[in-house]
Design a binder for this molecule. Sequence first.
Ligand code: NAG
Ligand code: NAG
Ligand code: NAG
Ligand code: NAG
Ligand code: NAG
Ligand code: NAG
Ligand code: CA
Ligand code: CA
Length: 213
Amino acid sequence: MLCVLLLTAVIVLCITFTQERQQFISKNENLTDEREQLRLKITNLTSEREQSYRQMSVNGDNKLTAELVLLTAGWTYYQYSFYYMSKEQKNWTESRRYCKERGADLIIINNKEEQDFVHNTSGNATFYIGLTDIDVEGTWKWVDNSTLTSRFWASNGQITEPNGGKGNPEEDCAVTVAVPPPKWANLVGWLDVSCDQNYQWICEKRISQFILP
Ligand SMILES: *[C@@H]1O[C@H](CO)[C@@H](O)[C@H](O)[C@H]1NC(C)=O
Ligand SMILES: *[C@@H]1O[C@H](CO)[C@@H](O)[C@H](O)[C@H]1NC(C)=O
Ligand SMILES: *[C@@H]1O[C@H](CO)[C@@H](O)[C@H](O)[C@H]1NC(C)=O
Ligand SMILES: *[C@@H]1O[C@H](CO)[C@@H](O)[C@H](O)[C@H]1NC(C)=O
Ligand SMILES: *[C@@H]1O[C@H](CO)[C@@H](O)[C@H](O)[C@H]1NC(C)=O
Ligand SMILES: *[C@@H]1O[C@H](CO)[C@@H](O)[C@H](O)[C@H]1NC(C)=O
Ligand SMILES: [Ca+2]
Ligand SMILES: [Ca+2]
């Protein structure tokens, strides 16, 4: 009698368990499905945003709205500035053009915190920054024409950057590197490079540069 009861109990438990497991699996599948759909939706929204931003910039009106749209499409906020870190590579002039077309400019690194932020988010990429000595060899200026207040030139004991010009090949544009490629053994920080090389780049737009109504 007890055995029969126990057996029944075990069978009931088994069936319940199997049913719940089945439900759990199908719920899981549903969730995976939903996640995939959401991901597609986000991709869709992001590209629609980029498009409406372009549209608005072309029209020239409603500039503030255009700028606000821009900020939600792949820009990062840190300490009163928005930053765009490109995936693409371009030469220095074209990189700068990309930023300016979006009401920004290549990044100006004002202090240690900003350099740390860039360093921490760089990964193994090499990024152009808004620093050049193209006007006067050896006189490095930011894209807003200001001179350097903080310097983070790379040095590895043998090579000290900047090392272009003055007997070496011309290198009038600067990049920042956190994880140097093999050809730049241990050179972490800023390096001067030839402006016609293609690298990724960082745009910066300070909040104070926004056009307010
Ligand atoms: C999974 O989704 C289908 C329809 O998409 C629905 O009929 C079913 O009840 C859902 N399953 C669970 C466990 O939510
Ligand atoms: C976004 O999705 C809508 C419908 O869901 C579609 O009409 C539109 O073409 C999609 N846009 C893009 C850029 O994929
Ligand atoms: C950069 O990373 C270091 C080490 O993880 C951390 O201590 C520091 O706060 C970070 N700085 C910024 C500006 O993100
Ligand atoms: C940088 O790292 C990514 C993966 O994190 C890898 O795919 C890529 O090849 C690396 N690039 C270089 C230049 O090492
Ligand atoms: C920087 O100086 C150049 C000429 O040397 C000038 O054309 C440019 O407008 C200046 N830029 C700013 C932001 O003042
Ligand atoms: C930068 O690239 C553009 C487009 O490819 C090209 O027209 C221009 O000459 C290049 N400038 C330099 C300095 O390499
Ligand atoms: Ca800055
Ligand atoms: Ca150099």
